[in-house]
Ligand binder design. Structure first.
Ligand code: FAD
Length: 439
């Protein structure tokens, strides 16, 4: 019998990737366009070691699986997989424009030669053996294509209205969000991998359950930049960050064009910079130089932004202009309650702050290629939740699983999580000890 995976972000797709080696899999996602969530918009830095004891075995497994997948499927070309050097950089704070002259950049290896930080207080944190980078959206696209080729049914925009059975999960009722049609599928297990929306998706499908996955949202604002001091071989044209009306929500919804083409390469060993703020600066930028020379610049977060009730762009940006009027009455009010626009429009000053910081650290001549906001799924413990929900807390049903709450590490832990989740669902020996992460 098929396993139903609720959520088609990197955690849901990694689980589908490994489960589909041996099983039928159905993935359901509410979004009309996949990967406009954290999985497609985040940094893609990956560490072998930076985890607490509960997550450490999973971190090591995942780091190895990323390297193996990249070697087997030319991940260097397909999703920009590269080993990385991680740096701790001390911000030098605001400085006069004349100080942004290239000859002022250190050329002695004391700091990456494209950052105007403080070389005397900057140092390498971790080397290529222990950290790597990917373009997360391209990795998601690889997982998606592999799953589809193996016969995984990926249905979106669609929502799971209910999960039913006696003693164990047997069926799920789906609602297609464009047509409003209902469909019942036979399943033997269900995995909730719905990121920051996991509590909502779980309660919607299993309203009688006494368990609610304790996963909430932490929004992050990011810019993707190019710099005259770094070779950039991507295809995105710069945009003018000052020339847009503040009400233009589309401004914040830039997404790179999906591509199955091999990625042009500018950089062999990428760099990841973790910045310590100078006096007067209130947040710590995280800056990742990717294989094609684009620079991901983030670190400014906002806990008070709630994700939309159901993950989807504002109706004006769906491909089908009639979609909102065709949605079932059950979900119309939820969809109307909050759209992506509601978290994006108030965030304009956040993007301005990120750009100001980028101009300070990388020089006033950086160009903006893309902007995005997305929500990390976070838990009170800081660790992800991976495993079986005890039947007595899942409305008496066996085979209900949760796999969510990866916080700042969902890309790094993705393949390991998919591997162990597939092991758990199929009853195989588990590839890494995740017993401390059980719901
Ligand atoms: C700014 C930023 C930078 C980051 N940088 C890094 C990094 O460098 N390295 C790293 O390892 N991690 C990083 N992360 C964290 C990482 O992006 C996340 O941990 C990871 O993407 C979470 O994946 P997910 O699949 O659990 O959730 P998501 O990516 O949010 O996917 C959830 C999916 O569920 C769908 N969904 C929602 N509700 C429903 C429903 N009711 N039914 C069906 N589907 C539903 C959504 O549409 C979405 O497709 C970063 C995050 C942010 C915000």
């Amino acid at each position: 019998m098929a396993t139903l995976i609720v959520g088609g972000g990197i955690i849901g797709l990694s689980t589908a990737y490994y489960l589909s080696e041996t099983q039928d899999v159905v993935v359901v996602d509410t979004a009309p366009e996949l990967f406009r969530c954290a999985s497609g918009r985040s940094g893609g830095y990956m560490s072998r070691l930076w985890y607490g004891p509960e997550v450490a075995p999973l971190g090591k497994l995942s780091f190895r699986l990323h390297a193996e997948a990249a070697a087997a499927h030319d991940g260097a070309a397909a999703w920009g997989y590269r080993r990385t050097t991680a740096w701790s950089i001390k911000s030098a704070g605001r400085r006069p424009e004349t100080e942004y002259a290239e000859e002022r950049l250190p050329k002695d290896g004391a700091m990456p030669p494209w950052v105007f930080g403080d070389p005397a207080e900057s140092y390498v944190l971790d080397g290529e053996d222990d950290c790597a980078q990917v373009n997360p959206r391209l990795l998601c696209e690889h997982l998606y294509r592999t799953c589809v080729a193996r016969g995984v049914r990926i249905i979106h925009p669609c929502v799971v209205e209910s999960v039913a059975g006696t003693k164990a999960v047997r069926s799920a009722t789906l609602r297609h969000l464009v047509t409003g049609a209902a469909e019942t599928v036979s399943i033997g297990a269900v995995v909730f991998a719905t990121g920051a929306w996991t509590a909502d998706a779980f309660k919607r499908a299993l309203p009688a359950a006494s368990y609610t996955p304790p996963v909430s949202a932490l929004a992050g604002f990011a810019l993707v930049l190019s710099s005259p001091r770094v070779p950039y071989v991507g295809t995105d044209a710069p945009v003018d960050p000052d020339a847009h009306p503040s009400t233009d929500v589309a401004y914040y919804l830039d997404a790179p064009a999906p591509s199955a083409e091999p990625q042009a390469s500018a950089i062999d060993v990428t760099q990841a910079l973790f910045v310590r703020p100078a006096a007067g600066e209130s947040w710590s930028p995280e800056i990742f130089l990717r294989a094609n020379g684009e620079i991901f610049y983030a670190g400014l977060n906002e806990a008070s932004y709630e994700p939309p009730v159901i993950a989807r762009p504002a109706p004006a940006y769906t491909k089908d202009p009639l979609a909102s009027s065709r949605q079932s009455a059950t979900f119309a009010s939820a969809l109307a309650a909050m759209t992506e626009a509601a978290i994006i429009a108030p965030g304009r000053n956040k993007f301005d702050a990120v750009l100001e910081s980028a101009r300070n650290l990388l020089g006033p001549d950086v160009s903006v290629l893309r902007r995005s906001v997305c929500v990390r799924p976070v838990t009170p413990s800081g660790d992800p939740i991976i495993g079986l929900v005890p039947p007595e807390r899942a409305a008496g049903l066996a085979n209900v699983y949760v796999c969510a709450g990866h916080g700042p590490w969902g890309i790094s832990l993705s393949l390991g999580t998919g591997r162990v989740m597939a092991d758990i669902v199929t009853g195989q020996p588990v590839s890494a000890d995740v017993s401390a992460l059980a719901p």
